[in-house]
Design a protein around this ligand. Sequence first.
Ligand code: PHB
Length: 562
Amino acid sequence: MTHPAPLAPPPPPPEAVGPLMRSLAVLRELATAGGRRAVGDLARDTGLARSTVDRVLSTLDRLGYVRTEGRDAVLAPRLLELGNAYLAASELPDRLGPLADRLADELDESVSLAVPDGDGVRFVHQATRRRAMSLAFRIGDLLPPERGAPGALFADRWTARDWERWRSRRAADPTDAHFPAVPPRGDGRPAGVDPGTDFEDRVAAARTAGWSLDDELIEPGLVAVAVPVRDPSGHTVCALSAVSHTSRLSARELRDAVLPRLRETVAAMEYALSAPATDEQDTDDPRGPAPAAWMQASKQELGPEFVESMARGLITLTAFGTGRADLGLTAVAEATGLARATARRALITLEHLGYIATDGKLFRPTPKVLELGFAHLSGLTLPAIAQPHLAALVERVHDSASMAILSGDDIQYVARVPTVRIMSVNITLGTRFPAYPTSMGRVLLAGLPPEELSARLALTDLEPLTRHTVTAPERLTALLERVRDEGYALVDQELEEGLRSIAVPVHDRTGRVVAAVNVSTHAGRCTADEARESLLPALREAAADIEADLRIAGRYARIPTH
Ligand code: PHB
């Protein structure tokens, strides 16, 4: 997928790290393509040699940022750690997100936070109450400034050069193809109505009024009002928007209805921004502190297919985080375990590409980091995150693996990788079984708060489905306690004769059990003890891999369980 470049980028500085630039080109291309692209097409789109793309992909695979599925390269959730580093360093979602969420609850409308990114507008927080009618943006999505409410607030401080750049970008990209999150310009609007023509007037009006309207600038029906949020020095750091649809409110009605509440929320947000910078640092350090050893092992294993300078360069971004927004060269080198000269060249490269800003001494990540797949990956559901891990599990154990969530008294399958069919019923996504006689159900029930569990069991009819089904409430309660202590459930032919299955919980980043994964096998094949021994370790590893992805993906985005 190639788009005409709006402006020719300046040539890279002599210190720039070539492999790092190439890996970022591949990541951008994959993000533009919606997270998946055939490897051959990636080579064509980026203009890189096929052997180069292969090396880039091997290195990205090793980092956990990309995986290959057949002919395709696919973005992987761990890549979100780069965007998380920017978001954590900015502190905007952590400090302001809860206030935005509260406003969305009060208004029962979508509320978002967006920051200026070059001449664009990028979302950093979404509290979505979207009805089916309009498109919903994700964290990381980019809007042209003239389309949407926040842009007119940010363009207030543009220089003549910024305006010039904006005009040439629009001339070079007349359909907004560079902004895949918005429908093409002209789509669904009367011919000749271009949200760019009155943009300068809207910027001036927004300056006087202190708010800005989106009257169907993005798509028909979608309306929004935005107000600026300033830091203690008076600098606009982001915009708070409330969003609705013309089927409920016109743009002006929305403004009248929500402006007072928006302004109260902004006052609370500006107060939150005035609190001293956090000393508290991220507790989750997904990469671990020993990249040197990791680099060496990767090099040994993959040989020339592992490009160290690429991996080192990308990892540089993970040095930033909460309480670590502005770092000097020494701090970056220390945090990543890189030599100063290596860290410096990586930072220079990242600055050249717009992912790092610097005053010459201190470095800080920019919102542009979010263009590296954040919008796509933060929109993944839990089953989509789990699927490749279940496939890897099945490859290891040669039995079917599944994921289920609790739905009332039932479990409901949300992901499944089958091998041979050993059940009389064919399980598909959405299949429901009663929770109490199934391994995943027991894991999910055991994860409930004790009061909720006993209330629920009191209302459940425990029927024998086979001659093995446990139906005595006291026995079931005792079994569930054991499941909670041991962290797994093994169920032997209680749902169906001949079927044995073993399940473990999947926890979200707060420690709550949100799903269960299991492997099911033929009871005749081995004893229960043997099944436990041969399956449980692999199952636990798969669950841990899913949890690791979920921890990264759930840091700033709400991950739906189905
Ligand atoms: C949104 O948050 O989805 C949003 C914000 C501003 C707009 C339109 C949509 O102008």
